[in-house]
Design a protein around this ligand. Structure first.
Ligand code: J2J
Length: 535
């Protein structure tokens, strides 16, 4: 099994320790400490459950024992595919406690994607709920085990929930874990080809959510609600459920981000802060005008994952009666926030500034030379919680990191005084569909597997609601297939629903100048331009 690593050059690591960013804490360690300090404080609310900090640690211990009881060994990788339920936290903290490495996937992921994560991470176990949103995860697990022989164990939380509570199960705890070790694996948005694995260490991740919790003003009186899928880096760490637990706040897991469900939760639990992607923020603003629910407890609405246009940002305070915080982050590391006391102009027009004084932010032109403030350029970054490499992917690492360790974010931004960044585009060929990132290349490959597809190019098209939608330009081999049939074909390849092209446009050929360039990037750009001209 290939070791999971994430290493910083010693000089930088020493600096981060000296500055007090990396404090030697571990994921299990910080939760234990909080449970010792405030055992009876409510930590997690969701479904019919209401757990104190002491409950959460106890449940995590039982899950740790359950996993170790299966014969899993510290360092083994475990795919976690759970929705927003309290067990997400007891399972994940159970894995941390046992020294096992969660690989976080989204409930929307399907066979092809989970198979890729399982193989890439050499996972030996998979944790699911039996069903969620009408989807049968047991069926997915059975198919997965057929195709991935190394995946020896499937743990269905519905089945082990009670067994994991029996006191006799409490054995062999805990494994020794170093703060410099990889704690878990996040999944990249996948700007080129398939999603890459992002190993994050205890030290670096805890710093990012501890500092985020401070920036967001969390304390023991705060109530943080995860409305987006909690396995995503934003609701997990910016400040997310982990930042909230670090601060001794209460975490509320909302089963759906739909305004009616979420508003009821806000009212019931007196939620003070939550995070959304821009399209949901628009829907909430609309729904707030007529809701009967009392959402006055909400002090901060964070919006991130995709560009929030200033016209919409300007309306948040009036529509929802709370402070807007823009969040521009990435699972690879760097997270920017507008601060809660920033003037309206900054909150409305920028995506914030970096968490750390030691986040090094470079904005460069095509030749790699720094641009002046106010001029757009490519954003490169390195720092105390930005990774230096993806797991086991030399080509991606060569593309994505400079020789001196900067991560090429693929985002085009400009900087204003004070270090505030405004996102104005990207270099990568992915579609940011309402915060969900779709790799054009990945979908083109699936389309090309269809017998009637001669060639395909997938591009992003501006969309009033989603921000961007995906449009596939397809040259048929012979007779044109039906668009709906092609979409069904992509779906049947085992992909998350959000990756199915929103629109399919059949063309006879791609413009020869575009093809002659042989660059897919150039072709996609031309197709997008032509589409927008004729739209
Ligand atoms: C424009 N583009 C944005 C924003 C992310 C906090 C918040 C979001 C993510 C996330 C995250 C944007 N305006 N406000 O991990 O901790 C686009 C950029 C970025 C990419 C990263 C977090 N916020 N983006 O969205 O790994 O293109 O993380 O590089 O999913 O989303 O995507 P992801």
């Amino acid at each position: 099994m290939l070791e999971l690593k994430q290493e910083w050059p010693e000089e930088r690591a020493a600096r981060y320790r000296d500055a007090g960013y990396w404090r030697g804490e571990t994921m299990s360690g910080f939760l234990d400490q909080r449970a010792a300090e405030i055992p009876d404080h409510i930590a997690v609310v969701g479904g019919l459950e209401r757990w104190t900090y002491a409950d959460l640690v106890r449940k995590a211990q039982h899950y740790a024992a359950t996993f170790l009881g299966l014969g899993l060994l510290p360092g083994d990788r475990v795919i976690v595919q759970l929705p927003n339920i309290p067990e997400f936290l007891s399972v994940v903290f159970g894995l941390f406690r046992a020294g096992l490495i969660p690989v976080f996937t989204l409930p929307a992921h399907r066979l092809t994607e989970i198979l890729h994560f399982a193989e890439k991470s050499e996972a030996s176990a998979y944790v699911i709920t039996a069903t969620h949103d009408g989807f049968d995860y047991r069926g997915l697990a059975a198919e997965l085990q057929k195709q991935s022989p190394g995946l020896h164990h499937v743990v269905v939380v519905d089945d082990v929930r009670e067994a994991a509570e029996t006191p006799s199960a409490l054995v062999g705890l805990p494994a020794s874990v170093q703060s410099t070790d990889v704690a878990f694996v996040q999944i990249s948005g996948g700007s080129t080809g398939l999603s890459k694995l992002i190993p994050r260490t205890h030290d670096d991740y805890i710093y990012s959510f501890r500092a985020s919790a401070e920036i967001c003003g969390l304390d023991e009186t705060s109530v943080y609600m995860a409305a987006l899928p909690v396995a995503h880096n934003f609701p997990m760490s910016s400040p997310g459920v982990f930042g909230a637990l670090y601060a001794g706040s209460r975490v509320v897991l909302c089963p759906s981000p739909a305004a009616d469900v979420a508003f009821a939760m806000i009212e019931q639990e007196r939620v003070t802060i939550t995070g959304l992607v821009p399209p949901l923020a628009l829907l909430w603003m609309q729904a707030a005008a007529t809701t009967q629910r009392d959402i006055s407890s909400l002090k901060v609405l964070q919006v991130g994952g995709a560009k929030f246009i200033p016209e919409a940002a300007a309306r948040v305070k009036t529509a929802l009666g709370c402070t807007l915080q823009q969040v521009f982050g990435m699972a690879e590391g760097l997270v920017n926030y507008t601060r809660l006391d920033d003037p309206d102009d900054v909150v409305i027009n920028t995506q914030g500034r970096a968490i750390s004084p030691d986040d090094e932010v470079l904005i460069v032109d095509d030749l790699g030379n720094p641009v002046r403030d106010g001029e757009p350029g490519m954003l490169l970054t390195r720092g105390p919680y930005t990774i230096n490499a993806y797991h086991n992917d030399d080509p991606a690492n060569a593309r994505s990191f400079t020789d001196d360790g900067y991560y090429r974010t693929g985002d085009i931004v400009f900087r204003s005084p004070g270090g505030y960044l405004t996102v104005c585009g990207r270099t990568g060929d992915h579609i940011n569909r309402s915060g969900e990132k779709i790799s054009a290349e990945e979908i083109e490959d699936h389309l090309l597997a269809h017998a009637s597809v001669f060639d395909a190019a997938v591009v992003s098209i501006p969309d009033a609601y989603l921000g961007e939608r995906s449009c596939a330009f397809v040259i048929p081999t012979g007779e044109k297939p039906k668009g709906a049939a092609l979409k069904a074909f992509v779906r049947s390849r085992g992909l998350a629903e959000f990756k199915v092209p929103d629109q399919i446009v059949f063309v006879e050929a791609f413009e020869t100048t575009a093809v002659g360039k042989t660059s897919r990037k150039f072709l996609r750009q031309r197709l997008r331009e032509q589409f927008l001209k004729t739209a």
